[in-house]
Design a protein around this ligand. Structure first.
Ligand code: PRX
Length: 640
């Protein structure tokens, strides 16, 4: 495939950017022209941020899987679409060409049809990182079912909440998943999640770990049996269901400042065009290159840059089942060497954790195939950036620092590999189509520099094609969360700096959302989970700087009876959080306190707790408005 919209030089970027601002409709139509449409659009964009509404390619008809699969068959049918590297390096890898992936997706789509799944139905997918996860995702898209992938680290309760919120009648899972030395019993977790559930009709189970599981008659069916049945029917391909441009493609739940995760919805046409455009441009993808994104498909990064972006571009995408440090910390480098990976896209937390092992894991690994490195998910510190650049990229690979969010669908602010300048720790320039603006707390644009930079809350003032279309089942929530803080702006929840060259540096969330090892977790969610422990009266959770995770979780807890063994109570609380949300949300520190700093109206002053959690004891700011300023002294004394 060639990409006529691929940016070739810095001058070319500036031109594309200007065109995208001067005439966004013309700009995006010229990109969208290079996709397969059943019917082209009547109008490129219909939008307003008050409803909010941003409908891209209005009136168009398409199916994203025809763009990710069918259109590559004629010339690239034998090109590997997926290279799968198992958790255990001694197990054999699997390679699925575009022809094979097309066949499997069609067959699995038929399995879904055979089991009563229809266009618009919500299908929850809870699987490990195996090719069948991609097959399940694309199988849904083939028939217009809306997939909702749930990360394998979430608990039964989190799954139950998501199944309920999306009113899903279908689940796709595995008996278990391998992650490093662990064998995670996915099907058992699903069984727990479905206790008392009356809406789920079918659970399709793929065999991966051969963990003993129970199968409920009439509800639970084996993936392999169903596929065999389709094979026996002689089915090797299946026409894709025609979708409207604005029809939902998927739901992905993500944390916000309230206790309940939101179901971010992305629509077919805009998401397809934007993930493809950013994949091809940000990584400067050249046909034939091997792209390795280390994220899990359970997060947006995996959706956009393992599945939809690369496959719509006819690229070869590596899927890795395991973790970077098992059986040893050389796993990523081994994979790069084995498959001659050209593009490596990972999270700063992974880089920091691998740095900690020293240089021996890199020894003997040939990394000369690498051309481009990327980071995503959190700000990258200079030390990690330098290590990545020197030890992995050998000072010859551009590093793209890609800033974006579940809601944005694809990268919004990032340098373009080898084309636009990079600056360690800075995401740099907005991509074409993206119009950022920094505002103060009242929504006024920041016009004065402070210490050589503009500093404010990061908003976007014009839609781009993969902006979320709604939050599932609750459009008002979408409006209040993202479009109501500042009139006529999309508010990202992040703070940022801008330098005199127009480069952006993302400084982190300005709301009550934590970023732990690149995982997004709401403080209210963790507090709700802690409060479920019978002994807990009240809690307050904040983030604190953590060397590897970026942010750690610090919980201040009022416990009704501290007579018992404190270490044991802590362990119990951690267990509770793990059960309610999942292991990713476990608090790193739990400090027992007698009171929390509250205003007279009962609001917890998190600003003070955040400072204490950061180890700051002096400049806590104004504490005179507190109901009981005395609690602050006590909390300071108990700092862990
Ligand atoms: O705070 C920003 C941070 O991750 C948040 C989005 O999290 P999520 O929706 O889970 O998506 C992560 C993967 C796209 C943002 O609000 N973030 C993401 N990328 C960067 C970043 N912070 C700094 N630099 C980045 N490159």
């Amino acid at each position: 495939m060639v990409y006529p919209y691929q940016i070739q030089s810095f001058a070319d970027y500036k031109k594309a950017y200007q065109q995208s601002v001067d005439n966004p409709e013309k700009f995006w139509a010229s990109v969208a022209d290079h996709f397969t449409w059943r019917k082209k659009w009547d109008k490129v964009l219909d939008w307003n941020f008050t409803e909010p509404k941003s409908e891209w390619f209005k009136g168009a008809k398409l199916n994203i899987t025809e763009n990710c699969l069918d259109r590559h068959l004629e010339n690239n049918g034998n090109t590997p679409a997926i290279i799968w590297e198992p958790n255990d390096p001694n197990e054999k890898q699997r390679i699925l060409t575009y022809s094979k992936l097309h066949e499997k997706v069609c067959q699995f789509a038929q399995v879904l049809l055979n089991n009563g799944v229809k266009k618009g139905d919500r299908v929850c997918i809870y699987m490990g990182m195996i090719p069948e996860l991609t097959i399940a995702v694309l199988g849904c898209a083939r028939i217009g079912a809306i997939h909702s992938v749930i990360f394998g680290g979430f608990s039964a309760q989190s799954i139950a909440d998501r199944v309920f919120d999306a009113q899903s009648e279908f689940i796709i899972t595995c008996d278990g998943a391998y992650r490093g030395a662990k064998d995670i019993p996915l099907k058992n977790v699903i069984d727990d999640a479905l206790i008392g559930n009356k809406t789920v009709k079918k659970v399709i189970v793929y065999t991966r770990t051969r963990t003993p599981i129970s199968m409920l008659k009439g509800r639970d069916i084996w993936w392999e049996d169903e596929m065999r049945h389709v094979e026996e029917m002689g089915i090797h391909s299946l026409p894709a269901v025609e979708m409207g441009a604005a029809d939902p493609l998927f739901i992905l739940y993500t944390s916000g400042s309230t206790g309940k995760p939101k179901g971010v919805v992305h629509a077919c046409a805009g998401y397809m065009v934007y993930t493809n455009y950013t994949f091809v441009n940000v990584f400067n993808y050249q046909p034939g290159q091997i792209h390795f994104c280390t994220a899990d498909i359970g997060w947006i990064t995996g959706h956009s840059y393992i599945v939809y972006g690369p496959l719509s571009a006819g690229a070869t995408s590596v899927i890795f089942e395991g973790i970077p440090t098992w059986p040893n910390a050389g796993r990523f480098w081994e994979i790069v060497d084995k498959y001659k990976v050209n593009i490596l896209y990972t999270a700063p937390t992974a880089i920091r954790s691998l740095m900690g092992f020293g240089l021996w894991p890199l020894q003997g690994k040939n990394l000369s195939s690498l051309k481009v490195l990327g980071t995503v998910g959190e700000p990258i510190n200079e030390e990690a950036w330098n290590w990545y650049n020197e030890q992995v990229g050998k000072n010859k690979c551009p590093i793209v620092d890609t800033w974006w969010q579940t809601e944005t669908g694809g990268c919004l602010i990032s340098n373009i590999a080898g084309i636009t300048p990079s600056k360690p720790g800075w995401a740099t320039l907005p991509l074409p189509g993206v119009q950022p603006v920094l505002v103060d707390d009242k929504g006024n644009e920041i016009t004065e520099m402070e210490d050589g930079v503009y500093k404010g809350n990061l908003c976007i003032k014009f839609p781009w094609p993969s902006l979320l279309t709604t939050t599932y089942g609750d459009h008002e929530r979408c409006r209040t969360n993202y479009f109501a803080t500042y009139p006529n702006l999309y508010f990202t929840g992040d703070g940022a700096l801008k330098d005199e060259e127009g480069f952006y540096r993302i400084t982190g969330r300005v709301d009550d959302v934590l970023n732990v090892s690149g995982h997004r977790i709401g403080t209210a969610e963790v507090e709700n989970a802690i409060n479920m422990h019978t002994g807990v009266i009240e809690s307050a959770v904040v983030g604190y700087p953590h060397d590897v995770k970026g942010q750690g979780i610090y919980a201040f807890v009022i416990y009704n009876n501290k007579e018992g063994d404190e270490a044991l109570i802590r362990k119990d609380i951690v267990q509770t959080v793990s059960r309610v949300i999942g292991p990713i949300a476990k608090p790193d520190k739990i400090q027992f306190v007698n009171g929390l700093p509250k205003t007279r109206s009962g609001k917890i002053m998190r600003r003070i707790l955040r400072k204490i959690a950061e180890g700051e004891t002096e400049n806590l700011g104004d504490i005179t408005t507190l109901l009981d300023p005395g609690v602050v002294e006590e909390i300071k004394k108990g700092y862990l």
